[in-house]
Design a protein around this ligand. Structure first.
Ligand code: ATP
Ligand code: MG
Length: 888
């Protein structure tokens, strides 16, 4: 008799040993010394997680109930390994090239890196795997209960719950410890893989030991055993062919699609060559695992009392024979099967849950604050991974408890498989068919999920549990063709086959159908090309030794970079060169290299290389390439900054032009005003001359009047000619055609001349001068200077409205200038008119009083500018004041 406590002790020691193995492997791997990890035999053994406790114990029960049907579960993977290992190799290659971390990642990555698709696959995986994890918990607790029972202490429900809790909790700790030690870029777990390889050996050894014991110890050798099998009451050969095909298909597909299988087969793989070895070694392992199933079943049925659970024969036969050591070994075998499956499944699911649900959700809730995130992401991901591991195991535990741990659970193994297999169409389509699109993948997955839930998963709880009993008979809302186990009114099929058939059929139909009516986005096309052409990838070389991108893809990309017409021109030219009609030349090495240079002109050489690399083979993009791309991006940024600066400059120019234009418009308006002003100025004297001339023609005019009129005509003519002189003068001055005659003279003399010419005596203007200051020599065009003085003096005479008008002329010198100021004692000129009076035709007093055209000061300013001096209004005096300044 074996003590239950010893069993617990052995189990704990075994777990401790696994810890030690995992720890050691982890340390060796970190030090780069874990050579054995690359051994194909380790890889093959890690694949053995396919054989769970359900297989270890359940296969015998399966055989006892349904004969050879259990073989299908081994046949599926064998067929994949032997016949389809090229498909696995493709998956492994893609996994490596794309740094895939899970099957959800693969699907999401293939279909344009869609987050939602990743979440959907994760959801399916969790829903399908949870019952399976519960199944493992159940088998471990059951096997423990067998020992307790054997000792005479029958387990209560509380005992089961406690055992399940310890088991799930312990696994959570182990998985968190070795599954989330680091966020390896490749998501490899050397510690866990090594521990699992050890467990694979233990479970195979245990099962063979029990088999040998049964065949040679109890059955009397192989020959007698064969006879017993023949005589047994097993319906070995009476098989339902539909079920056979269905089961082989599902187990083959599950072997590829199960998240845990994907984890060991693709994610943990580090050398494709391992697959070649596994392609025969793993089927051999499966054969060894199944070799003794039938003998154990036959002997168990003979030996054990009627009604004992055939699922536990592997354990109960040795126990009943008093082979306690063997029973213990058998327990460890089952324990190994359960733990290895749960650990890997949990890691795979947790990776998916945290990468595709928790982290995206967290980012969405955070709002996009990427800048502050970069440091935290690692910690966040690790935390999410750990929480997900605990969550997945908790889910398995809860499911185990809620389902009651009975036979309902045992039935769910295959149903679980069918759920996982819903990923198959998207997976196969994704890696072989470039036309497959994201909406199609989503449609297929969701269709498959719904059909599976409705026709298999929910009914598995039995009529009335989740789906009411009458729905099974009449369908939901009385819709007959929606009956869960007779969809579309086709009943009478085995429920398993029915579920496989419809879920896969509708799933595939939705996937293919939607793919045909939708068009892949550019990113999907890129990813699709990479996945489908994964084997044609070149390795990192700067030249494209084997370009395989379709010219169509290259054209599409080129159009986006250098524009439609330019791209089409290049392609058409190449097509002509190659002698191919139309626009699509062959993507020869030469052409691709040339195209790369061409694109490089627009986006930079590294970027062009990387982009073409995307199309012709992803492994061409190295870290150096990426750095080069970053450099180019910086250059482009700088270039765009320069462009921006230039455009700012142009804006300034445009503004200047606008201003100039506004000035011109204003000038043109001024010119019009000037012309109308001139005509007005000319017409006034002309009118009086004409009318008085007409009066003069009358014969009977008194001589006195005649004289007067003739005088007026004379005055007006003089005014007119003066005006014309002034205008002519001004125009000559403004055009710069004036010829200056520099002379030297004394200022006092010049002023004398000016006063005389201005005729101030008639107007009784007093002139105040300081002759001493005026005794200076001046060199300039003296006639012109006098002209200025005359105007200033005559203006004072005309406009000074003081009672006794006086003009002070003050001479000084400062800042290298002679200054001659003219100050009168009138009321002065308002500040806003100081500049205005220098304009042509500007007069402040009314015309009649002024008696001038208003050109005087304008001419003065022109003259002074010609003489390199100036004339300004001098503010701050009580009367009117002008200052004439001349360089010395
Ligand atoms: P023109 O000189 O062509 O015969 P004008 O004397 O009227 O005509 P400006 O010499 O250019 O023209 O003078 C412009 C205006 O400035 C005058 O019409 C007058 O209103 C004002 N002005 C000039 N000098 C004085 C002054 N000393 N006192 C008051 N107003 C003055
Ligand atoms: Mg004047």
């Amino acid at each position: 008799m074996v003590s239950f406590n010893i069993l617990i002790l052995v189990a704990l020691s075994y777990v401790a040993a696994l810890f030690w193995v995992a720890f050691l492997a982890e340390r060796r791997a970190a030090a780069g010394q874990a050579k054995w990890l690359h051994a194909p035999v380790i890889y093959t053994l890690s694949l053995s997680i396919y054989c769970t406790a359900w297989t270890f114990y359940g296969a015998v029960g399966y055989a006892a109930r349904s004969g050879l049907e259990f073989v299908t579960i081994y046949l599926g993977p064998t067929l994949v390994m032997v016949g389809w290992w090229w498909l696995l190799r493709r998956l492994v290659r893609i996994g490596r090239a794309q740094r895939i971390t899970s099957i959800a990642d693969l699907i999401s990555s293939r279909f344009g890196k869609s987050r939602r698709l990743g979440a959907v696959v994760t959801l399916i995986a969790v829903v399908a795997a949870t019952p399976y994890i519960a199944l493992q918990i159940q088998s471990v607790t059951l096997s423990l209960a067998v020992f307790a029972d054997h000792e005479g202490a029958a387990w209560t429900d509380g005992d089961f719950a406690r055992a399940a809790m310890w088991f799930a909790g312990g696994l959570a700790v182990f998985t968190i410890l070795f599954g989330t030690r680091n966020l390896d870029a490749n998501e490899r777990h050397p510690g866990i893989v090594t521990a699992i390889a050890v467990e694979a050996v233990v479970k195979l050894f245990a099962l063979i030991a029990v088999g040998v014991f049964v065949v040679w110890g109890l059955g009397g050798g192989p020959v007698q055993m064969m006879a017993r099998i023949d005589a047994a009451d097993l319906e070995l050969w009476e098989q339902d062919t539909h079920r056979w095909f269905g089961l082989i298909f599902v187990s083959a597909a599950a072997f590829v699609c199960l998240p845990r299988m994907f984890q060991v087969m693709v994610v943990e793989n580090d050398d494709e060559a391992q697959l070649r070895f596994a392609s025969w070694a793993f089927p051999a392992y499966l054969l060894a695992m199944s070799l003794f199933v039938v003998p154990i079943a036959v002997v168990g049925l003979d030996l054990m009392p009627a009604g004992s659970n055939p699922d536990l024969f592997v354990l109960t036969i040795p126990l009943s024979q008093g082979a306690n050591g063997l029973a213990m070994l058998s327990f460890l075998g089952g324990f190994s099967s359960a733990t290895s499956m749960v650990i890997v499944a949990t890691i795979a699911l947790a990776t998916m849950v945290s990468n595709h649900i928790v982290v995206p959700l967290w980012f969405a809730l955070q709002g996009d604050q990427r800048g502050a995130m970069s440091g935290d992401v690692r910690q966040l991901t690790l935390l999410a991974r750990r929480l997900s591991i605990a969550g997945v195991l908790a889910l398995g535990f809860v499911y185990y408890r809620l389902s009651g741990g009975g036979t309902a659970l045992a039935a769910i193994g295959l149903i679980s498989f069918v759920g996982s297999v819903q990923v198959l169409p998207a997976l196969i389509g994704g890696i072989f068919w470039r036309g497959a699109t994201r909406p199609a993948a989503a449609a297929g997955l969701l269709t498959g999920l719904v059909v599976w839930l409705w026709s298999m998963f929910l009914p598995s709880f039995g009529p009335g549990a989740v789906i009411p009993a009458e729905v099974f008979v009449h369908g939901p809302f009385g819709i007959g063709w929606l009956r869960p186990e007779a969809l579309f009114g086709i009943g009478g099929i085995d429920p398993l086959v029915h579920g496989i058939l419809w879920s896969m059929l509708l799933n595939t139909a939705a996937f293919v159908g939607v793919s045909l009516v939708t068009f892949p986005s550019p990113l999907e096309r890129l990813q699709g090309a990479q996945f489908v052409n994964v084997f044609e990838h070149t390795t990192g070389a700067r030249t494209w030794s084997r370009p395989v991108a379709a010219a169509e893809d290259l054209l599409l990309m080129s159009q986006r970079i250098i524009g439609r017409t330019e791209a089409q021109r290049i392609f058409a030219r190449e097509a002509t060169r190659q002698g191919i009609p139309g626009q699509l030349p062959k993507a020869t090495t030469d052409f691709v290299a040339r195209l790369e240079r061409e694109l490089g002109g627009s986006v930079g050489a590294a970027t062009a290389h990387a982009m073409i690399g995307q199309l012709t083979g992803g492994s061409g993009v190295s870290v150096e390439d990426l750095i080069a791309v970053a450099d180019e991006a910086a250059q482009i940024l700088e270039y765009s900054n320069r462009l921006e600066a230039k455009s700012a400059e142009q804006e300034a120019t445009a503004r200047a032009l606008r201003d100039a234009n506004a000035k011109l418009t204003a000038l043109s308006i001024q010119k019009d005003a000037f012309l109308s002003q001139i005509s007005h100025e000319l017409r006034t004297p002309m009118t009086s001359i004409r009318s008085f001339s007409e009066i003069l023609r009358e014969d009977d005019l008194p001589a006195e009047d005649r004289n007067r009129y003739a005088g007026i005509i004379l005055d007006e003519s003089i005014r007119l000619s003066l005006l014309l002189d002034d205008l002519l003068d001004l125009s000559v001055l403004e055009n710069g055609q004036v010829v200056l005659r520099p002379q030297t003279g004394r200022l006092s003399v010049l002023l004398d001349r000016a006063i005389a010419a201005a005729g101030v005596h008639d107007r009784n203007l007093t002139i105040l001068r300081d002759r001493a200051t005026e005794e200076i020599e001046i060199t300039a065009d003296l006639d012109r200077l006098v002209q200025v003085f005359i105007n200033l003096i005559s203006n004072a005479a005309k406009y000074c409205d003081a009672k006794s008008p006086a003009l002070t002329i003050r001479v000084s010198r400062a800042k290298g200038q002679h200054r001659i100021d003219f100050l009168d004692n009138g009321i002065g000129i308002a500040a806003q008119n100081h500049e205005l009076i220098f304009e042509k035709f500007s007069r402040l007093a009314d015309e009649s009083k002024a008696g001038g055209a208003g050109l005087g000061l304008a001419i003065c300013r022109e003259i002074m500018h010609r003489l390199h001096g100036d004339i300004t209004y001098l503010p701050g005096t009580s009367g009117t004041a002008f200052r004439v300044s001349l360089p010395i």
